[in-house]
Design a protein around this ligand. Structure first.
Ligand code: ZN
Length: 172
């Protein structure tokens, strides 16, 4: 099958949300031909740019492995890729983690955490608020695909009285 197209680029939408560990290995098949060209680095740990080694298509990829476990891919023009490589100017779509989470939510590809106070949820809720201090609890709840009440509880200190601390300092 040497003349068969061996990449998935043409079949993908310009913006594609693909679950990690897809049951038919869709994510693995898509990523198999995408070579990372540049990592964003810094605070945007989820973001990199890649080029397909079969058809030459450029992609910007958010690897969101913290909450909903998806790859978010956005097709890039040659000019956009050039701006990334030459000027470190990235399209804005995936620059804020909140945007990535919202895209996943809009696509309906969201995770359900068994632990409502999972550290990933708590940390991300605080990160979202740090990144955009005026963000509402409803917006945080939407991005994390949880209820508003649960989102509110992520900001409360964890209560430790499920175990008793021995006073007296003898135990070390
Ligand atoms: Zn391709």
């Amino acid at each position: 099958m040497e003349n068969e197209r061996s990449c998935c680029c043409a079949a993908l939408d310009d913006l594609a949300i693909v679950g990690m560990g897809h049951s038919e290995d869709l994510d693995a098949r898509i990523l198999a031909t995408l070579d990372t060209v540049k990592d964003h680095g810094g605070e945007q740990w989820w973001l990199h740019a890649a080029t397909c080694n079969q058809c030459g298509q450029h992609w910007m990829i958010a690897q969101e492995s913290r909450i909903h476990d998806n790859y978010c891919l956005r097709r890039l023009s040659g000019d956009e890729m050039h701006a990334i490589l030459a000027l470190s100017q990235w399209p804005e779509d995936f620059l804020r983690f909140e945007q990535v989470l919202r895209l996943e939510r809009e696509a309906g590809q969201v995770a359900c955490f068994l632990d409502p106070r999972s550290p990933a949820l708590v940390d991300t809720a605080h990160d979202l608020r740090r990144a955009r201090p005026e963000i509402s609890v409803a917006d945080i709840a939407y991005a994390l695909a949880i209820s508003t009440g649960q989102a509110e509880r992520l900001f409360r200190p964890r209560r430790w009285f499920s175990w008793r601390r021995e006073d007296g300092g003898g135990r070390g």
